[in-house]
Ligand binder design. Structure first.
Ligand SMILES: CC(C)(COP(=O)(O)OP(=O)(O)OC[C@H]1O[C@@H](n2cnc3c(N)ncnc32)[C@H](O)[C@@H]1OP(=O)(O)O)[C@@H](O)C(=O)NCCC(=O)NCCS
Length: 267
């Protein structure tokens, strides 16, 4: 199987389309079976309706170099090699291990090196596959903060998603006015730090679903919590998103979904 892909390095699949994937190197040894079994994900209640969201405790990645060797494609390893800071290497790798483990557990791929996470020009991640996945995965999103890396994946063709994780801490108190507005309506009163972490994470998740990158006007996004943990998120130009959040171990994890903007095709 590996040999046939190596012979045709350009035939990688993205969202059901063939995609040219430069950088495949022949002769890469197949990693040992069972990658999914040695990584324990935290399943979140955000999972459902064709979307998976999970966390990986970054501190549980024992030997990051051997993990990188098992989970990354050659091109991903090049990107990883360019990261200098230990904390950045760990969070970057953990987010990818989290996403690929979800795909392994769903049996979308049989081996983590058979799919790669690549970025568009704005930095938005997307998946490419060496073979058509058993079940299509059309969109993905990554986040990391402190102890956790977070990954989301959508199996719905026309659903873009964004995920964000934010620690409940005093960090956002001094920049509250930059992103929290009167028109943000929580379902119930919450401690200030939790409310700010929630708003921040929802708006960042929205920015990631849009994919426009730095400069996205956080203040121009409004959030209305229709029921506990379920939000209507709107941008000033009229785009609407379904938002959801959960609190896990002192962190808020937010998910934003939009159905009216299909995932980008092949570039
Ligand atoms: C790009 C951005 C969404 C990243 O968020 P962050 O909180 O700094 O970092 P997170 O760990 O949550 O997310 C990082 C991941 O987002 C993803 N990402 C980067 N650019 C992205 C984009 N344009 N669209 C979607 N996802 C993107 C990447 O996968 C990245 O992980 P990686 O580097 O390991 O691949 C954020 O910096 C941003 O631009 N937000 C827009 C709103 C804004 O301007 N906020 C500033 C304060 S008002």
């Amino acid at each position: 199987m590996l040999a046939s892909v190596a012979a045709e390095p350009s035939k990688w699949i993205y969202g059901g389309f063939a995609l040219e994937y430069r950088g495949w190197v022949t002769g890469v040894p197949r990693p040992p079976d069972g990658c999914a079994q040695d990584v324990e994900l935290v399943r979140l209640a955000l999972t459902g309706e064709g979307v998976d969201v999970a966390l990986l405790d970054v501190e549980h990645l024992a030997d990051i170099e051997s993990t990188a060797a098992r989970y990354l494609t050659p091109l991903e390893r090049e990107e990883y090699a360019g990261l200098r800071l230990e904390t950045r290497r760990r969070e970057w790798l953990a987010a990818r291990v989290c996403l690929k483990t979800m795909l392994l557990e769903r049996r979308c791929v049989s081996d983590p090196t058979r799919c790669a996470i690549v970025k568009d020009a704005a930095g938005r991640p997307r998946l490419v596959f060496a073979e058509p996945p058993a079940e299509s995965v059309h969109d993905c999103s990554l986040s990391h903060k402190g102890r956790f890396a977070c990954a989301g994946a959508s199996r719905l063709a026309a659903t873009r998603l964004g995920v964000d994780i934010e620690e409940i801490s005093p960090r956002l108190l001094r920049i509250e006015r930059a992103f929290a507005r009167d028109r943000d309506r929580p379902f119930r009163a919450r401690p200030t730090q939790e409310r700010l972490a929630l708003l921040w994470a929802l708006k960042e998740a929205c920015a990631k679903a849009v994919g426009s990158g730095l400069g996205f006007a956080m203040g121009a996004v409004s959030c209305e919590e229709a029921e506990e943990g379920r939000h209507h998120v709107r941008t000033e130009d009229g785009r609407q998103f379904r938002g959801r959040h959960v609190v896990h171990d002192g962190y808020v994890v937010a998910l934003c979904l939009t159905e009216d903007e299909p995932c980008a095709g092949v570039e």
